[in-house]
Design a protein around this ligand. Structure first.
Ligand SMILES: [Cu+2]
Length: 172
């Protein structure tokens, strides 16, 4: 029936328009991005916007889940936007924030680890020597390297990271 075939397409157009609107206002980002490969799922990776001239950028990840029975380890990463990437841990030492490169972050079997901003463990990834500033709303590909699972492609969105608790400015 003619009416029956017209109605759904109108609904599809409306849905499309709503999705475009949501994207334009940033509401689409409210949906949690997940990147799954094998037993590893990377949830909501984001990078903090950087000011012009700021040499390094930080990447935070809400959580990395491991559904496997074997403990894995995030041992490195790379991205086109920076010369190199480092796995970092931030610690508070007499109210002074320090960060250093660490060999890896354990992702427990049947468990998860958080690299969220402000999480107690202080884990994050560092984009060393950015080729250009990171602007809010930009997205860029990153390759994570796991000891067991191998390489995993994710898309990182530049957005002010949701802090679990205030940790002040991120400095080197
Ligand atoms: Cu760092």
């Amino acid at each position: 029936m003619r009416l029956g075939s017209v109605m759904p397409s109108h609904r599809q157009i409306l849905l499309c328009a709503m999705m475009v609107l949501a994207g334009a206002t940033g509401l689409a980002q409210a949906q949690t991005a997940e990147f799954q490969k094998g037993s590893i799922t990377v949830v909501a990776p984001s990078a903090a916007p950087t000011a012009p001239g700021q040499p390094h950028g930080a990447i935070f990840i809400q959580s990395i889940r491991n559904t496997g029975v074997q403990t894995d380890q995030l041992i490195g990463a790379r991205a086109e936007v920076s010369k190199s990437m480092e796995v970092h841990r931030m610690t508070m030492d007499n109210n002074v924030m320090k960060m250093r490169e660490i060999p890896g972050i354990e992702v427990p079997a049947k468990g998860e680890v958080s690299l969220a901003k402000g999480s107690k463990n202080g884990y994050h990834l560092m984009l060393m020597n950015l080729k250009q500033p990171l602007k809010q709303g930009d997205q860029f590909p990153v390759t994570l390297i796991f000891k067991q699972a191998g390489e995993q492609q994710i898309t990182v969105t530049v957005a002010p990271p949701k802090a679990a608790s205030g940790h002040g400015t991120h400095r080197h």
